[in-house]
Design a protein around this ligand. Sequence first.
Ligand code: ATP
Ligand code: MG
Length: 404
Amino acid sequence: MQTRVGKTNSHKTFFFNCLLCNYSYETPMPYFISEELPKLVDVEPYKLERSFKNGNIKFYNNYGIKGLQFRKSVGKVEAGSMICFGDKIEIIRGFPKIRRTLMLYPSLEIHFNNEVAVEEKMNGYNVRIALINNKIVAFTRGGFVCPYTTKKAPEIMDMSTFFIDHPELVICGEMVGSENPYVTHHYREIGKLGFRIFDLREKGSNKALPVQEKVQILDSYSLPRVNFFGILKIDEAPERIFELVLQLGKDDREGVVIKDPKMEIEPIKYTSSQAHNGELEYAFTYPFDFGRSFFFSRVIREGFQAYELNETEDEIKNRAHKLGESILHPMINTIKDIAEENPASEDIVIHVDDLKEAEIFVRHLRDLGVVATVHSFEEGKAIIRRVHQSTTDRISNFLRGGLY
Ligand code: ATP
Ligand code: MG
């Protein structure tokens, strides 16, 4: 039996109690950070101490998970990493950033070896799912436990046998669909809410399984994965990938992630013109709630894509037309809305059991820095209203004659 009198983990105390052998151990948290953590994550102690002091490594205690959350990367440990304190210490590393190419040729040839694996890039939100203390827990990109995803993911797919056989693996995937609370996108084969797995990674090391092995394992457990378009020879890859991306774009899909079949070299992403315009359209609906680099980078992608595709005058004109519309239409609509006294807001639909669950989700959004309220709840359907405050305030000010 476990007894814990007055002992619990906090930003001051690290407490460990093994349920199997009843061994227990208590030490000040700063000592754990400087003496134990460096061995666990292979990072120099002073870097970890500094991050803990700056608040970039924070004690986390929410939804039954206690641990240390990496708000920023430290050494090779990615932002979003979680050191979970359970009946053993489990390390869920952050999902690595995927860099982008603007020129398929010659990027791919320079970056990869003889062959590349090509997968569809799904447009949703990044989730890591792992077994922590024998419970299936879903983390957001930043390393927060997401109560909504933790509940929904097991309803969407049965991970129980997979995790019995592979407790040391982390499922990395994208939550997608038109009714998801972070990034909504309609996919005809998914509808409201679905999950697509793209990586299986080891706890602790973050090592990813080779692409084909991953596909084979996921298929053997009937777990849903992203579309795998096959392995291409490097010299035919740019041309084939353009065909794929143009077709994906026509279907209003995002693009591809190009991977080393062995997963030893970091992947690269490449996206469709429709994806760039879609993101611009969304961002220009709330122009003052996005950083300027967001807009700039989408426009740059269009320039390089047109160049690499060697487009004709007409094709460029068409591209320019769509780009302009994606910028101006949403912005003008928002100005009109605000002129009519409506705040720049966005309604998010989620399906929950009761009002309380919707409120828990809103609290979680606030933890992430998002201003939101439960607007309505009826028959399991909650509408969460998210207000884009900077856009509302600044546009109102300009409408009243404020100077820019
Ligand atoms: P990043 O920091 O990785 O650049 P971002 O928020 O800018 O992240 P994206 O531009 O959407 O994100 O591209 C990377 C993300 O794409 C990954 O974090 C992952 O969630 C998502 N993704 C979708 N499909 C795949 C796939 N097949 N393989 C890898 N990642 C995928
Ligand atoms: Mg994305």
